[in-house]
Write a protein that binds this ligand. Structure first.
Ligand code: SF4
Length: 579
């Protein structure tokens, strides 16, 4: 009798739970859920992030435990639990990707994963994380959370829109006004294309990623040479080769009685297809399996040194248009505003897996994956783009869901003091400063009362000034500024407070900050127009014009960052001509 499809059941449960967590991520009702649990399990994420951060990250100890399971059940995790493997299997089945004859990857291709593992660990040893390109759990989270989920929500929202006329006609009020928030992310297309490429590799072999590329699989394989629970073949085997043809990992060599244990993911397909019921998985005394494509020691070492070399290059700062912070006089990209509670930049980049959980959880869509604002090594790390939405003063989800502590989990009272940056008025764009039109949107939406309207000689109306010591950099002003395209008030990392430990409030007060909630909040006072979603981008495109000055993001915040009223206004290439 054939075994039930244990792999399919476990994979379905695992992927379903993973997607369920992601789906509920941005609903406040899901506060009790710990959505990052799958990220804790990533063996490479755990080893690499702790090595790069030079710290024990308690949540990631689970990933180290997964590595140890290799000694007992081989790469069972890859075959049954990993959402990346389940995603690849699902895509291959759903898209009917057929294997091309003769395209089987050779031994050299199958050793690539060990080289990538060595490169990842080599760079992590120097404190630079390359995991974001290769660790399977962050990749799967980014794909489902930042690509598929928004598309699903868009579909649901469009469906609701189509039902709205009917709901209005029948006076179904709940349905008439229901909207599904649709977040949008800067790198969606890139990630979608990356996964399309991974799916297409199944033309060469099923699970090409797991066979040849996945460094987490390679790490598990190193411990899976002699698993206690493993494939065994009885003398009933007739050598028909059905198992060899079915094995998705190419783990059975020409002799069907042998097994490459480091490649076997214990999917049990060989058990199911064997016409003689000659194959089983059982506890057996330890013994080595068939030869398993392990690289030579010098190849492994060379790959590790290459990773370390890339890390050394990253540490020079040459890769980055934005040089390292904390060095007097260096430049920081004005668009690199980090989430509230983000560790100091070096620690932050070492820990951040670029999984995108914080971005998927952000209810206002302000958190976006970076392109090159933080250099090549900072790609896909979260930055706040206030023009898309402000950081909600009543939310600290990014810290709560971050699996590595790259963004510290903070209570709201502390998060308020985790200053992200400071708003700056671009006077040549401002309706009040440049055009003499009465406008006080920025003052009205600021949840912290950090905008003051003052009279100046050059304008017939009162004009906005930013009180730097009260501004948290939340971006409410930038997101709601009515000026088209780039806002006339923009948040920059200037004056950001980034602490690895200790109280933000205490440090902030020491710097002279005076942050308190004003009476109004963003949404009740200036929420989106009727029918719009709170995730809708603010009018105009995301801010693209860099302010013509930079400053180191840390260090004490001055009492006010505004120049004196008579100082010349800032110019921007997008501005209309002066009067
Ligand atoms: S900061 Fe965001 S992207 Fe980075 S590890 Fe934390 S949750 Fe993931």
């Amino acid at each position: 009798m054939k075994r039930p499809r244990l792999q399919r059941i476990l994979q379905t449960l695992s992927l379903g739970t993973f997607l369920g967590f992601l789906g509920f991520l941005s609903f406040r009702a899901a506060q009790g859920i710990t959505p990052d649990v799958f990220l804790w399990l990533d063996p490479l994420g755990a080893a690499g992030a702790m090595l790069a951060a030079r710290a024990v990250i308690p949540a990631l100890l689970a990933g180290l435990a997964i590595i140890a399971t290799g000694l007992f059940v081989g790469r069972f995790f890859c075959g049954h639990i990993c959402p990346m493997g389940a995603t690849l299997d699902l895509a291959q089945g759903a898209l009917h990707i057929k294997r091309k004859k003769g395209a089987e990857p050779g031994p050299g291709a199958r050793r690539i994963k060990y080289g990538l593992l060595a490169a990842c660990l080599g760079s992590s040893a120097l404190g630079v994380s390359l995991l974001y390109w290769l660790a399977p759990m962050p990749l799967a989270t980014r794909f489902w959370g930042l690509v598929v989920l928004p598309v699903v929500r868009l579909g649901l929202d469009s469906g609701l829109g189509a039902l709205r006329p009917l709901a209005r006609a029948l006076d179904w009020r709940a349905l008439s006004f229901a909207v599904v928030p649709v977040p949008r992310f800067a790198t969606m297309l890139f990630v979608a294309l990356l996964f399309a490429g991974l799916f297409a590799l199944a033309r060469s072999a099923p699970r090409f990623w797991c066979r040849c590329l996945c460094p987490a699989g390679a790490l598990l394989a190193l411990f899976s040479g002699r698993p206690a629970w493993r494939r065994s073949v009885s003398p009933d085997c007739t050598g028909c080769g059905a198992c060899i043809r079915t094995c998705p990992m190419g783990a059975i060599p020409e002799d069907p009685g042998a097994t490459r244990f480091r490649e076997c993911i214990a999917c049990l397909r060989c058990v199911r297809v064997c016409p003689e019921n000659a194959v089983d998985f059982r506890l057996l005394p330890r013994s080595a399996g068939a030869e398993s494509f392990l690289p030579a020691r010098r190849e492994f070492l060379a790959a590790g040194l290459s990773g370390a070399g890339m890390a050394a290059l990253a540490l020079t700062g040459l890769d980055s248009p934005a040089l390292k912070e904390g060095v007097a006089g260096t430049i920081v990209d004005p668009d690199r505003v980090r989430p509230p509670g983000a560790l100091p930049e070096g620690d932050f980049l070492a820990r951040c897996l670029r999984c995108g959980e914080c971005m998927a959880a952000c209810p206002t869509n302000t958190l976006q994956p970076a392109w090159l604002q933080a250099g090549v090594w900072g790609m896909f790390s979260p930055v706040a783009e206030a023009r898309r939405g402000a950081c909600d003063p009543d939310c600290a989800e990014c810290g709560r869901v971050c699996p590595t502590g790259a963004v510290r989990p903070l209570p709201l009272s502390e998060k308020m003091w985790a200053k992200m940056g400071t708003a700056h008025v671009l006077r040549q764009k401002c309706l009040a400063w440049e055009w003499g039109k009465p406008c006080l949107v920025c003052k009205e939406v600021c949840p912290y009362g950090a905008i003051e309207m003052r009279r100046v000689d050059s304008s017939p109306v009162t004009v906005p000034f930013v009180l730097g010591n009260r501004c948290t950099g939340c971006g409410a002003c930038e997101s709601r500024c009515p000026v088209q395209a780039a806002s006339a008030i923009q948040v920059e990392p200037m004056g950001a407070l980034r602490l690895a430990e200790g109280s933000f409030e205490k440090a902030g007060r020491g710097m002279g900050l005076d942050i308190r909630r004003a009476v109004q909040t963003i949404r009740p006072t200036h929420g989106p127009a009727e029918g719009a979603s709170p995730f809708d981008p603010a009018p105009g495109a995301p801010a693209g014009a860099a302010a013509p000055f930079d400053a180191a993001p840390q260090g004490p915040a001055p009492a006010s960052f505004d120049p004196a009223p008579e100082a010349p206004s800032q110019s921007s290439p997008f501005d209309p001509p002066s009067k």
